[in-house]
Design a binder for this molecule. Structure first.
Ligand code: SF4
Ligand code: SF4
Length: 132
């Protein structure tokens, strides 16, 4: 029987850092609609352009949407990368990526293997609404 190698500890670590994920135009529109603001307000208060990338602002070392309760305040429309993290496709072809992700996320069993991680990514991709 397969064991579960990942359970999110809701520590918020993955919402911290010097930068956030890149957003697609559709994700920007979804966040705008969810917050009920104009596109100008969205960029004034919440988003930033970084070259060609659109990212969420970082405030006090965390994503601007990481709230005081330690939760994502735009959970229903959070970006795809946030939604799938840390079961990330990059694990599939790069063991070093897997080891880096495991080291950064305490939701993984410490003795989880590369093979188990790849199996988990495949399982998630087959059930994700974003897999098409
Ligand atoms: S770092 Fe891992 S355990 Fe912590 S909130 Fe993010 S996914 Fe969950
Ligand atoms: S959008 Fe939500 S889940 Fe993604 S980094 Fe920001 S607070 Fe975290």
């Amino acid at each position: 029987m397969k064991r579960e190698i990942f359970k999110c500890k809701k520590c918020g670590h993955c919402c911290h850092g010097a930068a956030t994920v890149s957003l697609t135009d559709e994700e920007v529109a979804d966040i705008r609609d969810f917050l009920g603001v104009s596109i100008d307000e969205l960029f004034s208060f919440y988003l930033i352009k970084n070259g060609k990338r659109t990212e969420m602002k970082v405030v006090d070392g965390h994503c601007i949407f990481f709230n005081r309760e330690g939760l994502c305040s735009i959970h229903p429309v959070k970006p795809h990368h946030c939604r799938v993290w840390p079961i990330h496709p990059s694990i599939l072809n790069d063991e070093n990526a897997w080891l880096a992700i495991k080291a950064d996320c305490k939701g993984f069993l410490r003795d989880a293997t590369f093979e188990e991680a790849k199996e988990l990514v495949k399982r998630q991709n087959s059930t994700s609404p974003y897999s098409n």
